[in-house]
Design a binder for this molecule. Structure first.
Ligand code: BES
Ligand code: MN
Ligand code: MN
Length: 465
């Protein structure tokens, strides 16, 4: 396998490789919304078909209690290493629809400042259909050019965006079939197209919902207002009190298990290129806000957070209605860092929220999904192989970074399969994942397909030593 084999094949198949992805992006595989159930299943079938065409064996749409997992493999020699590829074919809801410049499930190509060669605009373009499909095409490339150097197994799920509720059981049920040496995932980002990076860690997550109840019914805000607690006002105060003036989280024991980085480790992190002015400009904000004593990169990489994802209650329709609502709700998530534990943090949050509630309201806290933080050793063969592969295709050694997002299943792969995951992503944080106008650069898509075969090559070679 050399670079020219890759570029020759890619050049000859450039259009088809793109059109196939566009076709996949036209199916609205929104896992969170049951209205799209059939489309999610249709996407699963399409992925299966593509894996078959690429040359995988034993391809199967494997049932779970939720959406199926697509499995496929190519075993060329049981003595050779096995790379297990993980990705997801489900996408986030596209709402709010009116903020999209072009419809989310009608992919279109447009140029942007950071993507002068053009980008694919569609829900899932980057997260994760585009990045997942690079692996299918890189596999096809290795099959068609007779250069697959090791065994490969695919595990593509359809419930990542809703917390992977079925994958844990599926992994436990398929331990034999999933035997391998390393997990390879492209579902994260690089710093910039001229600054490759590899996530050497991801944050965990604890996702909660709270319900605050005041009076037993909605009231006239004139007749009762001023005398009866308004649960929305109370909830807002309770949320505001979760941070102190230094943006520290005030939940007792919240930081107990947080691993503090050494000065040397923090100095190392600070070497990653980052321009705060560009960051602010990209987001249209005059200033950033975060925990005192930490840089922006540290705030998203190695520090835990607490954020409201949604808040509702009372009257939100057209015009005005004078009402003192009976209930207020919020969805609150906490990003976790090593060695915090999502069950433990969920319990601390629940206890705290219930204990600070004044007696004129009642509070109900429920736990949604969670996931554990992970760190990936930069000394592992997998990381080194990914680093070498990227260095070859980008002409620069990738910087180790800490990803702020979460892929909860990564910790489970380690626990159940004993395997490390290599987070070789190719997207950009500015690609608007989970936002309107999500996109994925053509440069990034092709660069991924070009880099992945080199990972296989280096991983296989490095495993021999
Ligand atoms: N691909 C993202 C995670 C991600 C994005 C990691 C960018 C690092 C950089 C993934 O699809 C995702 O959105 N995960 C969710 C967690 C899940 C439980 C819904 C997240 O991070 O919010
Ligand atoms: Mn993803
Ligand atoms: Mn996502």
């Amino acid at each position: 396998m050399d670079k020219s084999t890759i570029t020759t094949y890619l050049n000859a198949n450039k259009e088809r490789v793109l059109n196939e992805l566009l076709e996949l992006l036209r199916i609205p595989s929104v896992s969170a919304d049951s209205k799209y159930n059939n489309d999610v299943l249709k996407t699963a079938e399409a992925v299966k078909q593509r894996l078959v065409e690429a040359g995988a064996d034993k391809v199967e749409v494997s049932k779970t209690k939720g959406f199926p997992v697509i499995y496929g493999e190519k075993i060329i020699d049981p003595k050779k290493p096995t790379v297990v590829v993980y990705g997801h074919y489900d996408v986030q809801p596209a709402d709010p629809l009116n903020l999209w410049d072009t419809p989310p499930f009608e992919p279109t190509l447009r140029k942007t400042a950071v993507h002068p060669e053009g980008a694919i605009f569609a829900r899932g373009a980057c997260d994760d259909k585009g990045q997942m499909y690079m692996h299918v095409k890189a596999f096809e490339l290795m099959m068609k050019t007779n250069t697959l150097p090791c065994n490969v197994k695919f595990m593509i799920e359809g419930e990542e965006e809703v917390g992977s509720p079925s994958l844990g059981q599926w992994v436990r049920d398929n331990k034999e079939r999933l035997k391998g040496d390393v997990i390879l995932i492209s579902d994260t980002s690089i710093i910039a197209n001229d600054t490759p990076s590899i996530d050497a860690g991801l944050r965990g997550l604890a996702y909660m919902e709270v319900e605050v109840t005041g009076p037993n019914r909605d009231l006239h805000s004139g007749v009762y207002g001023g005398a009866v607690a308004n649960p929305i006002n109370i909830l807002c105060k309770m949320i505001a009190d979760c941070h102190d003036e230094n943006r520290h989280i005030t939940i007792p024991k919240f930081y107990d298990d947080v691993v503090e980085l050494s000065k040397a480790e923090r100095d190392d992190m600070a070497k990653a290129p980052f321009n705060l002015d560009e960051y602010k400009k990209d987001l249209g904000i005059a200033d950033v806000l975060g925990e005192k004593g930490f840089t922006t990169i540290e705030r998203t990489g190695i520090r835990p957070t607490l954020d409201v994802n949604g808040i509702w209650g009372g009257y939100t329709g057209e015009g005005a209605k004078t009402v003192l609502p009976s209930k207020a709700f919020a969805k609150i998530s906490m990003r976790l860092v090593p060695n915090q534990n999502s069950d433990k943090i969920a319990a601390l949050f629940q206890k705290h929220f219930e204990s600070v509630a004044p007696n004129y309201v009642s509070v109900k806290v429920t736990v949604h999904h969670g996931g554990e933080p992970v760190v990936v050793s930069t000394e592992s063969i997998g990381y080194k192989a990914a680093s070498k592969a990227m260095e070859e295709t980008y002409g620069k050694k990738p910087v180790p970074t800490r990803g702020g997002g979460s892929i909860p299943i990564v910790a489970l792969f380690k626990k159940e399969l004993g395997l490390d995951s290599i987070l070789m992503g190719f997207g950009l944080d500015s690609d608007a994942l989970h936002s309107p106008n999500e996109h994925y650069g053509l440069f990034n898509y092709y660069k991924g397909i070009e880099t992945i075969p080199l990972f296989y090559k280096h991983y296989t070679e490095m495993s021999k030593k």
